[in-house]
Write a protein that binds this ligand. Sequence first.
Ligand code: ADP
Ligand code: MG
Length: 231
Amino acid sequence: MKETLRLLSQVRQEGRKNLLETEAKAVCREYGIPVARTELAETQEKAAKLANEIGYPVVLKIVSPDIIHKSDVGGVAVNLKNAEEVKNAYSSIIKNVKKHNAKAKIKGILVQEMAPPSTEVIVGATKDPQFGPALMFGLGGVFVEVLKDVTFRIAPVSEEEARQMISEVKAYPLLKGYRNTPPADIDAIVKILLNTSKLVMDHPEIKELDLNPIMVYQKGAKTVDARIILE
Ligand code: ADP
Ligand code: MG
């Protein structure tokens, strides 16, 4: 709670509403929400050095208060396998972003552990004007974007409600396991829902939160993108 309070007041002091991905992930970490290891680089050389430390493959992402949907502007490069690929991706990302918005303020580039591909889920929170914060859950990609296969609960959610949320989406069989696809770690998702519930209850100034996506494995889960917007 302490680190989150400090970060949120710093963001407000700077006159911002959107937390940077690094800030949103620091908040998640404090609330026990697992996140992929993420470091900030301001130069190509530093990016390559961090990638060597983190271990390949890595992901590079733009960090800019002016860019919310990073992949839409060519701001994300995944599966980079060596220092040369990292340096090349670094300059292409900067080029793409500048082409999209010449005035975008660039804070640097994130170097991130690449989470192995897996079933992607989404946990979100929005504020209902009448009922306060509500949590959202669904499977990532087409399930949420095309099929709108998502479910909501008013926060705070109990463990039982969190389990209900997970089991009531239509795509649930994909998590439960089918044929030779092993079951995903449902308990890890329950924990993320409960911790997100606590986070938004503790900090009513959070207007929107998006953990999109979270990779879920047979054991454990990892948030690879986190967005938090303040009121
Ligand atoms: P945005 O949502 O702002 O476009 P994301 O950070 O979600 O950007 O990245 C876009 C996609 O790239 C994600 O949905 C995910 O599929 C993939 N991705 C991003 N970061 C990672 C990572 N660390 N490990 C594995 N895949 C990732
Ligand atoms: Mg995302």
